[in-house]
Write a protein that binds this ligand. Structure first.
Ligand code: FAD
Length: 342
């Protein structure tokens, strides 16, 4: 199905930067704070307001917390029909609001929920959407949004513009943008909006939510990530990576090669098709440094690489490189850290 494109719209009618907030069980998800951080920068460059749109029910107090992150306004669309996520309900509520208020930029998290509603919203609004962006900028010459994302298997970065339609929409990869800072004082206000939404608008019926019992790997918020690659040779090699991570309070990550080999669950994968991380410390053990892996970790504050090949590309991006066999280097590191815990 092709989206209906808005013809003859007046670009000047569209103002302000909007964030589509994500909530689960009435709690705002961290990706929203990242989008606010990035949205604030864009709004300041354009001298526009930053507005967060939230759908939910009985969560006014939670939406007020967003006012501590430097937003100008929260548009809280409240209805019992929006308590739980439904594609139909959320898309209709957000689309109606956007059609009425006409923002010039709309940012959505590239999470499973955001990837569900983002393209549908764009189709409803008759505009384009750049999916999975890793960088957003404003073109100084005409104030258009420059949306950059990996293309052709991550071998090049493509910058995309939406010149003729509004809003300019983008889904943004979680973990890439810096989170907005919390301020003691509040700014802005929460406007509660009652949507024109009926039961009949929602074609699905939520029977039950089953929480996966698999241990959640929180790579995005980790301050230290210790990742293993094909250089580990076997699934058992991850015991060594886990031991190093435990010693320094880190979380275990992985290259895609190990996930494909079945050595570790996909939730640990770092990279273009995995999770994007920006910890204070990233230790890459037996990882060559393919561009698709680097796409997910190169923003880390400090990168340490352990690889037996001195020509491995990972050494071009690391702050500290150790050329050697990881099976010798990692135990030596653990021993040193345990002897000198400070
Ligand atoms: P290799 O490239 O095989 O590197 C293993 C490294 O271990 C080598 O450098 C070797 O010198 C070193 N080594 C071997 N033995 C030892 C030892 N004893 N001690 C120390 N070092 C040793 N990859 C990702 O990681 N994440 C992604 O999200 C991702 N997405 C992709 C998306 C697409 C569309 C495509 C095409 C590819 C993607 N890939 C991704 C795969 C990526 O291209 C690489 O194939 C992958 O990252 C390689 O993983 P690796 O570094 O563990 O393995």
């Amino acid at each position: 199905m092709r989206a209906k494109v808005n013809q003859n719209i007046c670009l000047n009618d569209y103002k302000n930067v909007w964030i589509i907030a994500e909530q689960r069980n009435g709690k705002i998800e961290p990706v929203t704070i990242e989008l606010i951080g990035e949205g604030r920068k864009l709004a300041d460059i354009l001298s526009r307001e930053l507005i967060v749109a939230v759908c939910g029910y009985e969560m006014k107090e939670e939406t007020e917390k967003l006012l501590h992150y430097g937003v100008d306004k929260v548009c809280y669309v409240e209805s019992p029909l929006l308590k739980d996520f439904s594609t139909d309900g959320y898309v209709k509520a957000f689309a109606d609001l956007i059609n009425e208020r006409k923002p010039e930029i709309v940012l959505v998290g590239a999470t499973s929920l955001g990837r569900d509603i983002g393209p549908r919203l764009a189709a409803r609004l008759g505009t384009g959407l750049t999916a999975d962006c890793t960088k957003l900028e404003i073109d100084e010459t005409d104030n258009k949004l420059l949306m950059t994302r990996p293309a052709f298997g991550g071998n090049l970065m493509a910058t995309i513009v939406c010149p003729k339609n509004r809003p300019q929409m983008s889904t943004v990869r979680p973990g890439v943008m810096e989170k907005a800072h919390f301020h003691e004082e509040k700014t802005g206000e929460v406007e509660v909006i009652v949507p024109a939404l009926t039961k009949e608008d929602i074609r699905t019926n939520l029977e039950q939510v089953i929480v996966a019992d698999q241990k959640k790997v929180n790579l995005v918020d980790a301050k230290i990530v210790v990742s293993g690659g094909r250089g580990l040779k076997t699934a058992e090699g991850f015991a060594l990576v886990q031991e190093l991570a435990d010693t320094i309070g880190g979380v275990v990550g992985s290259s895609r090669a190990c996930v494909e080999a079945g050595w570790i669950d996909a939730s640990h994968q770092v990279g273009q098709t995995g999770t994007t991380v920006r910890p204070d410390l990233y230790i890459a053990c037996g990882i060559s440094g393919a561009i698709q892996h680097l796409a997910g970790m190169s923003e880390s504050k400090y990168i340490v690489a352990i690889n037996k090949d001195p020509k491995a590309p990972i050494f071009e991006v690391c702050d500290y490189g150790i050329v050697g066999d990881l099976h010798k280097v990692i135990p030596a590191m653990i021993e040193q850290i345990k002897e000198n815990p400070d």
